[in-house]
Design a binder for this molecule. Structure first.
Ligand SMILES: Nc1ncnc2c1ncn2[C@@H]1O[C@H](COP(=O)(O)OP(=O)(O)OP(=O)(O)O)[C@@H](O)[C@H]1O
Ligand SMILES: [Mg+2]
Length: 480
């Protein structure tokens, strides 16, 4: 298939969704990267439940909420109420609460009454005080360190908020509700739990005695609109030329791995790049908690399973990789490679499943290779170091390094190509890099993306399948 136009690879999917802006010539001067997403600075959202919910709740209303909730539990058939559809339940609670507030002559206005009813409904059917935060589309992460210390990540920045948990027991009730919904349990004998919530969010809790000051909760919210590659270009996480090279490489089955630290945007990048896999390929995804949203029609999704309460029934990534090979995939996409499954993954990449992809927790391309070496060692196969390195260098072609900078912005800081081994050493050549130049007065990191001047070796292979890349994209020391 021919992709003669420079931009065709990048447009392939985005054009169906929204009109992509005419590829802005990025080869101008220095790039200033704002610390927050565009939309957030320009048009602050009218609805900000996280902030609004707390100050609006005066002590008086907070007291009333606790009291009414208690009354509700005492006077109403909760089991029957819980079975009602949410609208009907809300109506009944509304009636009950208005009656009680009248009886008790509580001074409460309509807005307060409404919010009170919402809170009680959230408490009954949802996740209580977490509910409005879960609904806030701008919140990416929720981090709770005991019921009194809560943080959220919004627009790349962590900020402290107050979530009105009544006490630790209240927080525990919410945790139990979440884990029970997915058939798990958390208690003193099993104080750590990892789960995928009903809406797809990733949930982790560490309760006492592991959580020294009370339950530690971390939620990575599931976002229905994953950032597409052209969006990442728009956010200046990478440039148009870099995006084109990556899109073409993925399209043409040049095996790519994404390396980065925690929360740096690895999964987001993997998801964005996966959009350039041709639609006629069969893909199998393997994850701990299914986060990827591949757009191809032919995708089989698998998730690992932790051991049950008796410690049985665990299904590990390695078994899933082995199993995937029996499912006739064209490519296997592993959410994050962490251990012994690296061995089977590399075998797959070397035997007909080129173009498979994964992410890896590492701080540099070199580091990701040593991590891989260690992981392969964990598989317990009798392999010499040099054969391990040969496997790695023949399986993987590109390493994409992502990083979260001091200002919270997420950037692709390096694209490197593996070109083989010399002696015992894997050869890596960097094609693009991001260099920080300074911090501006708004504390934003200013820097530039540059080509190193090395033309990737896989360009010839791309040309063979009809994808030509402009030589300009690789001109040395040109600011992109
Ligand atoms: N370039 C970007 N610009 C703005 N937000 C981004 C960017 N890349 C990722 N994000 C957001 O950052 C958050 C973390 O991203 P992601 O889940 O991809 O990170 P990760 O490295 O896979 O994290 P983990 O180590 O927890 O698996 C998400 O909410 C995502 O939407
Ligand atoms: Mg991830």
């Amino acid at each position: 298939m021919a992709m003669s136009s420079r931009f065709s690879a990048l447009r392939k999917r985005s054009e169906t969704k929204e009109k992509q802006e005419e590829a802005a010539p990025v080869e101008t001067s220095t790039v200033v990267i704002p610390s927050v997403k565009k939309g957030e600075t320009e048009e602050p959202k009218a609805e900000q439940p996280v902030v609004e919910n707390q100050p609006a709740t005066s002590d008086r209303v907070a007291d009333a909420r606790v009291r009414l909730h208690r009354l509700l539990i005492e006077e109403i058939n909760l089991v029957a109420l819980e079975k009602l559809p949410k609208d009907e339940m809300r109506r009944q609670i509304f009636d009950f609460v208005s009656e009680k507030t009248r009886e008790e002559r509580m001074a409460i206005n309509v807005a307060e009454l409404d919010s009170l009813v919402d809170d009680i409904v959230d408490e009954m059917v949802g996740l209580g005080p977490l509910e409005p935060i879960m609904r806030d589309p701008d919140v990416a992460d929720i981090l709770i360190n005991g019921h009194r210390s809560c943080f959220v990540e919004k627009g790349g920045k962590l900020q402290q908020i107050s979530i009105p948990f009544k006490d630790e027991a209240h927080l525990m009730r919410v945790i139990n509700k979440i884990v029970a919904a997915v058939g798990r349990r958390v208690d003193e004998s099993q104080p750590l739990v990892d789960a995928r919530m009903a809406d797809g969010s990733r949930f982790n809790a560490a309760i006492r005695p592991i959580g020294v000051d009370g339950p530690l909760v971390s939620i990575r919210k599931f976002s229905a609109d994953k950032l597409a590659l052209h969006k990442l270009v728009e956010f200046q996480a990478l440039t148009q030329s870099m995006a084109e090279v990556l899109a073409a490489a993925v399209h043409a089955r040049k095996t790519t791995i994404i390396s980065g630290g925690t929360g740096t945007g690895k999964t987001t990048m993997l998801n964005a790049l996966s959009a350039f896999i041709p639609e006629d390929e069969r893909l199998i995804t393997i994850e701990d908690a299914a986060e990827l949203q591949l757009q191809q029609p032919h995708v089989g999704r698998m998730e690992t399973r932790p051991p049950n309460i008796e410690g049985r029934g665990e299904v590990k990534q390695r078994e899933l990789v082995k199993n995937a090979l029996r499912m006739r995939p064209d490519r296997i996409i592993i959410g994050e490679v962490r251990g012994e499954e690296a061995f089977d993954m590399l075998q797959a990449m070397n035997t007909g499943h080129e173009g498979s992809m994964t992410t890896i927790h590492a701080n540099s391309p070199r580091d990701s290779i040593s991590r891989l070496e260690q992981m392969i060692g964990m598989a317990g196969m009798p392999m010499t170091q040099s054969s391990i390195r040969n496997q790695i260098s023949s399986a993987i072609r590109l390493i994409v390094q992502v990083q979260r900078l001091a200002d919270g912005s997420r950037r692709l800081t390096s694209i490197s190509e593996l070109t083989g081994t010399e002696g015992d050493v894997i050869q890596i050549q960097e094609i693009y890099r991001f260099r920080k130049t300074h911090i501006d007065t708004d504390n934003r990191v200013v820097g530039e993306f540059r080509a190193t001047g090395i033309r990737p070796r896989f360009l010839e292979e791309l040309a063979e399948v009809g994808i030509s890349m402009s030589a300009e994209s690789f001109e040395p020391n040109r600011v992109l």
